[in-house]
Ligand binder design. Structure first.
Ligand code: ADP
Ligand code: MG
Length: 233
């Protein structure tokens, strides 16, 4: 069942990656089904961001495949990979990484026009995404928004392209516990509405009770010497 559903989600096989002579990760098999919501948990430094970057095609593995809606993102090169990421992967960063000097609406519209140029009526779609997330003042420059509002813009930007998978890296790390839970609910409901699979990373064990499935990323870490064939000891 997971096999069939993972056509629309993420499917990892035989993955091996290491930073130059440093931290190494191996994932024999990992599936996130279409529309599924999963927490990638584990202590700081266990490889959560690394695994997310591999799924997004920001890093390239030494071996293995990562299917995103049936396409091996690792096999795509250069601008083809960037185009695929823009169209099918939505990303929410801990520090939001919004374009300063632009309005909330412009930030979301730019994501849409660059990432999914074939989707019509970018302005209408961007406005609707922001409205669904409770953002009223869409013409405010993002640097004048509160942290909570900036997070809404970041989430709208990630889902407006109707991606297959949304990746949120430590989205609650800069928030207090009450706001953290609300932020996760916001991301979860936005991903659900967009029909996207969702992977959230967090070092905070409190989030485990919010997700029905948790993947412990520390299980994938391998000793540096074993992770690279012929690596210097
Ligand atoms: P997490 O997100 O779980 O905190 P990371 O994936 O950021 O963990 O990092 C995993 C390990 O890889 C850490 O030991 C970190 O120091 C190392 N690391 C992260 N990025 C790089 C990099 N660009 N080059 C070399 N080592 C890195
Ligand atoms: Mg991290």
């Amino acid at each position: 069942m997971v096999e069939a559903e993972s056509q629309g989600g993420v499917s990892i096989r035989g993955l091996r990656f290491s930073y130059d002579r440093g931290f190494a990760i191996e994932v024999a098999r990992l599936d996130v089904a279409a529309g599924e919501q999963v927490l990638f948990a584990g202590a700081s430094g266990c490889g959560k961001s690394t695994l997310l970057h591999l799924i997004a095609g920001i890093e390239t593995p030494e071996a293995g495949s990562i299917l995103v809606r049936g396409t091996d993102i690792c096999a795509l090169r250069g601008s083809t990979r960037d185009t695929f990421r823009g169209r099918h992967v939505g990303m929410v960063f801990q520090t939001f990484q919004l374009l300063q000097g632009f309005t909330a609406l412009e930030n979301v519209m730019l994501s849409l026009m660059l990432g999914a140029p074939t989707l019509d009526q970018p302005r209408v779609r961007a406005e609707a995404a922001l409205e669904r997330l409770g953002m009223r003042d869409v013409h405010a420059p993002v640097d004048r928004l509160s942290v909570g509002q900036q997070q809404r813009v970041a989430v709208a930007r990630a889902v407006v392209t109707e991606p297959s998978v949304v990746l949120a890296d430590e989205p609650t790390a800069s928030l207090d516990p009450a706001n953290a839970e609300a932020a996760v609910e916001l991301i979860r409901s936005a991903a659900r509405v967009a029909g996207a699979a969702l992977i959230v990373t967090s070092h905070d064990p409190a989030l485990r009770r919010v997700f029905t499935r948790t993947v412990d990323v520390s299980q994938f870490g391998v000793a540096a010497a074993a992770g690279r064939k012929g690596a210097a000891r």
